[in-house]
Design a protein around this ligand. Structure first.
Ligand code: ADP
Length: 413
């Protein structure tokens, strides 16, 4: 590769030897005899290498050439030529910024060639390094710009999301308030319709022929279904809106379930499903909110009866888990739930059979309410089920510590 070289040497024979040699290597050479002429050329042209003798005629010497080159040819590489005995000159020149030195008198042109090529190679490396640094700097600037843009985008999107969230929350509250008040407005007249229907049905107003009694029974059953739907909607609105504070007290689960079974016995009878509480013996005492527990298990038992077949069974069972916990299970041998749906049935408004030909009533919020209520009490409602064979909904609760042993104790866990 060809380079531009400035030679500062006052000995004419040496000038000729050096120029011829370096030109034979493909370089472009210019030669001057003193520092002043060198400085003039450096003001006009750009050089890759400045090769200068230390001792020069006139006021300025080779050191002045190096210093001038430092300022005006910062990219050029400097090499000095000096008598072998002048080690202090060489050290000074290198301190000033010279890269290397050539002994004088020249031992051989080959040695000059090696030094010049090494110096030019060094210069190429410096240039490459500079280019790489500039490239890195450019990439850094780009990266930091991209980072800024990303940060702005994230900030903008976060603000959008927060706004959308606020709007959703407001909408959700409005929806729940509307649901609560509409449900309440529906419930009040329906209760009065039920009261009068029951009055007629009782025969206290006038004797009702047996044929019409059946119509009134159907009316009552459907009014009850509507009431229980409205209750679910009201519970739903309450669960996700203004929930009354928890009322924890010592309660007997067995009593609660006995009352629930009693309450649902009519529905079970008309579905031709048997409903029973296994092991009717001991009380099962826990600390909990009776209203929430009753509400939750009413939904679970309703489902166990509803998603069943004539002749089917529904049962409630308490089993000890160690000495401190009790497992409560509600089992049925009804239609069962496909495995892939089992995780979703606890979602709000999710129903396995959602098509227009749906054969079971309901709103799809019973299990969401039940799971949410029971989580408030610290228990997780779970299900195991097999399609066509039935389902078991279960959870564990801590037994009340201060209460006497209730269910027969199991092994310590
Ligand atoms: P729904 O008002 O529809 O009963 P739920 O939230 O109580 O709403 O139940 C959600 C869905 O889970 C039901 O629609 C039904 O598909 C399924 N499911 C719940 N319990 C049972 C069960 N014991 N047997 C079969 N499927 C059930």
């Amino acid at each position: 590769m060809s380079h531009r070289i400035l030679i500062v040497e006052d000995s004419a024979p040496l000038q000729t030897v050096i120029i011829e040699f370096l030109q034979s290597k493909g370089h472009v050479c210019q030669c001057v005899p003193d520092a002043r002429a060198a400085m003039k050329l450096m003001g006009q042209d750009v050089y890759d290498l400045i090769l200068t003798d230390v001792r020069l005629p006139g006021e300025a010497d080779g050191f002045a050439v190096v210093e001038f080159a430092n300022q005006h040819q910062p990219e050029a590489i400097k090499v000095v030529m000096s008598g072998y005995g002048r080690l202090d000159d060489i050290v000074r020149a290198i301190r000033l910024g010279a890269y290397d030195f050539v002994r004088k008198p020249l031992p051989s042109l080959a040695e000059l060639g090696v030094i010049v090529e090494r110096a030019l190679e060094h210069k190429n490396l410096l240039r490459e390094r500079k280019r790489a640094q500039e490239e890195i700097e450019r990439m850094n600037v780009e990266l930091s710009r991209a980072n800024d843009r990303l940060a702005e985008e994230v900030e903008r999107r976060t603000a959008d999301l927060a706004k959308a969230n606020r709007e959703l929350r407001t909408l959700d509250e409005m929806k729940n308030n509307l649901l609560a008040s509409v449900s309440h407005e529906l419930r009040t007249p329906l209760v009065s319709v039920r009261g009068y229907t029951e009055l007629f049905y009782s025969g206290r107003l006038c004797p009702i022929p047996e044929k019409y009694q059946k119509y009134l029974e159907t009316c009552l059953r459907n009014i009850d279904r509507l009431l229980s739907l409205i209750d679910s909607l009201m519970q739903y609105a309450q669960t996700f809106n203004q929930r009354p504070p928890l009322r924890l007290e010592l309660i007997d689960l067995r009593q609660i379930f006995a009352a629930l079974i009693q309450k649902l016995s009519e529905a079970a009878r008309s579905a031709e499903v048997s409903l029973e509480l296994l092991e009717k013996g001991h009380p099962v005492l826990v600390h909990g909110d009776a209203r929430l527990i009753e509400q939750s298990f009413q939904h679970i038992l309703d489902n166990a009866i509803k998603f069943n077949r004539p002749g089917g069974r529904v049962w409630v069972e308490f089993e000890p888990v160690g000495r401190k916990l009790v497992k409560i299970s509600v089992g049925d041998n009804g239609i069962g739930i496909p495995l892939e749906e089992q995780g979703r049935i606890f979602e709000r408004f999710y129903q396995v059979d959602r098509g227009p030909t749906r054969q079971y009533g309901g709103t799809g919020i019973g299990l969401a309410i039940a799971r949410d209520n029971l989580r408030l009490l610290g228990s997780e409602l779970r299900v195991t089920s097999e399609l066509g064979k039935g389902s078991v909904f279960y959870l564990t609760m801590p037994l009340a510590e201060d209460a006497p042993p209730t269910v027969p104790p199991g092994p310590e866990k």
